[in-house]
Design a protein around this ligand. Structure first.
Ligand SMILES: NC(=O)c1ccc[n+]([C@@H]2O[C@H](COP(=O)([O-])OP(=O)(O)OC[C@H]3O[C@@H](n4cnc5c(N)ncnc54)[C@H](OP(=O)(O)O)[C@@H]3O)[C@@H](O)[C@H]2O)c1
Length: 364
């Protein structure tokens, strides 16, 4: 049997628990090191996962030199993703990059250059691409169940707040940048995913127009929907609502939103309209079922939980291991994720100019 690929997980917070679990479960990988700002956090993650005798580091540089690391997971807060990714690429490691990949277009350009130069593989954690409902819908679209897709809507509706360990970083403009970037990028990526006809293809945007608004910016209160009450909280420094219209190169049009001000449980609605059928969440109307007189319901796990333990990281990591073993690029690699992030940055440009923004923002 071939030797197992050796994994370093960097940034020992909430999401790292799922990276550790997925790579521990994959029969072809083993987690050999965990690093973080605090050594105690790295140790806690290792102990929780039952990993004994692995490398624990509070220095990323030293961790990258750990014996024979093949894959690095970048699980730090988003402002470190660019420098962490570049260092991993320069060390010749394959890289799992948490979303959002970076905080500026300049950072993205530098990451892309480093990854291309090193020739390493990447996958970005747009983990919903491995959600069972998403996989089912993509297979159906590829099988012509909806015909040509001409309109898609996706929305990230989440009253994200201080319960999240990453909130103090994410809520500030200097470290989180915008709602589309911090959380809404999942909805943007899903919009691209469903606007493309191919089973493993995401559509390419050519133009974006966006508005931002809402009411949470500067508000020192947050809503706890489980208790149905407002409590004191640290304020968001950017608008909690962003809505963008996106025109794709294949002619499809999309509407995507991020809504941190919604007073309700987490929700991720999806609507896909084709010239032979429609999908609304897990309900389908299709020319494939000529006798249907009501919606056909797909019994699949919906993308309706914000808890990382419910996210399909196993599917993402298994896919990435296969990409490395077969020397193929992931459909969700850095280059593809850049296209998703460009829409978030185009929205910000739009708020400045009031004009539609042509894409790509980063030329080949
Ligand atoms: N794909 C998804 O569905 C998904 C879900 C959740 C989060 N995420 C993304 O994952 C990233 C991390 O989020 P999280 O929820 O895990 O946040 P988190 O719980 O705050 O974890 C981040 C960890 O990074 C460590 N850290 C902070 N600064 C560091 C530095 N300078 N060097 C090394 N380590 C440092 C901290 O560890 P110490 O304890 O050592 O200080 C912290 O525990 C974010 O970009 C977030 O958007 C993605």
């Amino acid at each position: 049997m071939a030797e197992k690929l050796r994994v370093l997980v960097h940034g020992a917070g909430w999401v790292s628990t799922q990276h550790i679990m997925a790579f521990t479960n994959n029969p072809n990988t083993e987690v050999v090191a965990v690093s973080s700002r605090k050594l105690s956090s790295a140790r806690t993650r290792a102990e929780e996962a039952g990993l004994e005798g692995i490398g624990l580091y509070d220095s990323y540089e030293q961790a990258l030199s750990h014996d024979g690391v093949d894959i690095v997971c970048v699980c730090t807060p988003q402002r470190f993703h660019a420098e962490n990714t570049i260092a991993a690429a320069e060390s010749g490691k394959h890289i799992v990059i948490e979303k959002p990949i970076a905080n500026s277009l300049d950072e993205i350009r530098a990451m892309r250059e480093a990854v291309h130069k090193a020739g390493v593989r990447t996958v970005v954690s747009f983990v919903l691409r491995w959600n069972p409902l998403f996989e089912t819908i993509k297979a159906m679209v590829a099988d012509d169940a909806l015909g040509d897709v001409f309109y898609v809507e996706t929305d990230y509706q989440h009253d994200i707040a201080s319960w999240w360990t990453g909130w103090d970083e994410a809520r500030k403009t200097s470290t989180g940048v915008s709602a589309f970037l911090t959380g809404g990028c999942h909805a943007i990526d899903s919009l691209r995913w469903f606007a493309a006809q191919g089973e493993f293809e995401a559509a390419r945007p050519v133009e974006v127009f966006a508005y931002s608004g809402g009411y949470r910016k500067g508000l020192k209160k947050e809503f706890d929907y489980l208790a149905n009450k407002w409590v004191d909280g640290l304020p968001l420094e950017y608008d909690d609502l962003e809505v963008a219209l996106v025109k794709f190169s294949n002619g499809a049009v999309g509407k995507v939103s991020v809504n941190y001000g919604c007073i309700m449980p987490y929700s991720f609605p999806v609507e896909i309209f084709g010239n032979k059928g429609t999908v609304k969440d897990n309900r389908v109307w299709s020319h494939k079922y000529p006798g249907q007189n009501n919606w056909v319901e797909i019994p699949a796990i919906l993308p309706d939980s914000a808890d990382v333990t419910h996210h399909p990281f196993q599917g993402q990591m298994d896919h990435f291991v296969e990409c490395i073993q077969t020397n193929t690029e992931s459909h969700c690699n850095l280059d593809d994720a850049i296209v998703t992030h460009e829409i978030a940055f185009a929205a910000l440009q739009c708020y400045e100019t009031g004009q539609p923004v042509k894409l790509p923002l980063i030329q080949d």
